[in-house]
Design a binder for this molecule. Structure first.
Ligand SMILES: Nc1ncnc2c1ncn2[C@@H]1O[C@H](COP(=O)(O)OP(=O)(O)OP(=O)(O)O)[C@@H](O)[C@H]1O
Length: 470
């Protein structure tokens, strides 16, 4: 396969470039979920600049250290440097610092948590080398890691010896929806939205989909087939990151099957309340689960009314379609499973589409509405898909989202009902407007002329092609 082209990451590259030209020693921490594209980003940034890239491995600490020394010697073009018997990593870094002086050198340590796991003192040794020498050089040190717990808990945390040394940090997140077409040229917006619903904006997963194949074919072949990378990946990631995967499995399964309230999750899993609450906190920190409260909820009410959902689309899909169908899929019946899932997948896409439209950058680009807060709203059996508030100007935009082709009459009905529901939200003095986003709307132009705010998938096309201007 030919070299893939590099997609987006403009803000991230800007962040690195700014640090690069700061004229002082930099200590950056970059982390994020596995497969999100950390290494690719760092190598892309550093490719035409003096840099050393070191990838820590599962090998014993001493072997890692030797490899690092070899790379530094190679960079310095000094064989002797590679043969010095350094006592430990602090000495190695300090000797390197002496050699580079003010020269701007990027030093990337990828999978840093692996070093810490094997040898905790590496944290304080690095701190020492930084304080005494590296911070006075032209180095741009970048620590990178995919274990969110390790990076947040050991590197960025207050108790870490490295706390306070960093000059910047970046949690790398998914590629925004607008760029998905660059991975799958030729896909329609509808196919891109559905693909987003299955793998999110995770580059490694998007690359699994073959742009020459249709959406359904890719799903069956690349996700619903025993042995496929995306068939195993969810389990693999949970086992790797978590100590008691079985309990996390049970919780994610409960949420995926529609148990969104805390009490429901406790009942479905049979686990102790305090455990469930601990596990949910971890899953939220990992970015797999999110807890939503009505957008207008006060702090007091927040504790009670939260609803949990799976935020990471790949996990959401996997727990809804792979895990429950495991025995069929193991038997090679992926195609049949997918056929039978058509109706349910449409319902699944309903919530996916709603989440996509609620993504702040998508919502803003689509509607042009400037908000300070965005979220869902619900109370006693009534709910509104999106409520966007501008708290300074006291304006609100209420939006319903439908993964359906709608006729004009249906649109009017939905918008009328939305006006009724909006009254229940209790923003009496606010200036309110109402909108609808659907897969397709018959008679959209006419409705628009009457002043209704309506959007359909076709309007996303415009956003995709104009993405670079924003
Ligand atoms: N911006 C991008 N454009 C195109 N392809 C990308 C981009 N980012 C990552 N990729 C591709 O996605 C895959 C995963 O990226 P990468 O290995 O950098 O992720 P990572 O976060 O370092 O993953 P891990 O933590 O699992 O090692 C690679 O095949 C990479 O080439």
């Amino acid at each position: 396969m030919g070299r893939q082209k590099f997609v987006d990451r403009e803000r991230e590259l800007e962040f690195f470039e700014r640090a690069y030209s700061s004229g002082r020693a930099e200590f950056l921490v970059i982390y994020g979920r596995r497969r999100i594209g950390k290494t690719e980003l760092l190598l892309h940034f550093a490719r035409d600049k003096p840099h050393v890239y070191f990838l820590a491995t599962e090998k014993p600490y001493r072997e890692n250290l030797r490899e690092l020394q070899r790379l530094l010697a190679e960079f310095l073009g000094d064989e002797l440097f590679g043969k010095v018997a350094f006592d430990d990593v602090d000495e190695l870094f300090m000797a390197f610092a002496d050699r580079i002086g003010d020269e701007r050198v990027i030093l990337i340590i990828d999978e840093f948590p692996l070093l810490v796991e094997h040898y905790r003192p590496v944290l304080s040794l690095l701190q020492k080398a930084w304080d005494l020498k590296l911070s006075k050089t032209g180095v741009m040190l970048i620590l990178c890691g995919s274990s969110v717990s390790a990076m947040e808990g050991e590197v960025l945390a207050y108790k870490s010896p490295l706390y306070g040394r960093r000059t910047g940090q970046w949690r790398l997140t998914e590629i925004p929806f607008f760029y998905l077409g660059e991975f799958l040229p030729g896909y329609t917006v509808e196919d891109l939205v559905k693909t987003w619903g299955i793998v999110g904006g995770i580059p490694a997963y998007l690359l699994q989909f073959d742009p020459r194949k249709g959406f359904d074919e890719n799903v069956v072949e690349k996700v619903l087939s025993k042995g496929a990378f995306l068939y195993e990946e969810a389990e693999f990631l949970l086992r790797e990151e978590l100590r008691e995967p079985a309990n996390y499995f049970a919780i994610l399964q409960a949420i995926a099957s529609g148990r969104n309230r805390f009490g429901e999750i406790v009942n479905a899993t049979g686990l102790d309340k305090s455990l469930v609450s601990k596990y949910l906190a971890v899953l939220q920190r990992l970015g797999i689960v999110e807890r939503e409260v009505p957008v207008t909820a006060t702090l007091k009410a927040m504790s009670k009314r939260g609803l949990y959902s799976i935020k990471d689309n790949y996990f959401a899909f996997w727990f809804r379609y792979v895990l429950p169908n495991k025995s069929y899929l193991e038997a090679g019946l992926g195609e049949r499973v997918w056929k039978h899932s058509a109706e349910d997948f449409n319902a699944y896409m309903g919530s996916v589409f709603e989440r996509l439209v609620r993504t702040p950058e998508v919502f803003f680009r689509l509607t042009g509405f400037r908000f300070t807060k965005i979220g869902r709203w619900w109370r006693k059996g009534e709910e509104i898909d999106i409520v966007a508030l501008n708290e300074r100007e006291k304006t609100a935009l209420f939006v319903e989202v439908k993964w359906k082709e709608l006729r004009e009459r249906e649109v009017r009905g939905i918008l009328k009902d939305l006006e009724r529901k909006a009254k229940l939200v209790g923003l009496d003095e606010w200036e309110k407007s109402y909108g609808l986003v659907a897969k397709g709307i018959k008679g959209k132009e006419g409705l628009r002329e009457e002043g209704w705010l309506v959007w359909e998938l076709r309007d996303f096309e415009r956003l995709i092609s104009s993405k670079l201007q924003l």
